[in-house]
Design a protein. Sequence first.
Length: 63
Amino acid sequence: MAKEKNRNLVKRGEVWYFCLRRGKQVNRKTLSTSVTEARRLRDNLLKGMALYGDIRTPQEVRN
């Protein structure tokens, strides 16, 4: 679990975004308006990045 609950999350207006910088590459993704839902989605994205090395959707992994 992250030391800071909202690590890699940025709120702009009412929407939470995932934002992660890896070297020169910046990964951004719209998550949710709910902070708890955004945290769950962020955790899933980070697990996927650990497995595949980048952000992928389940359809991209199957192909």
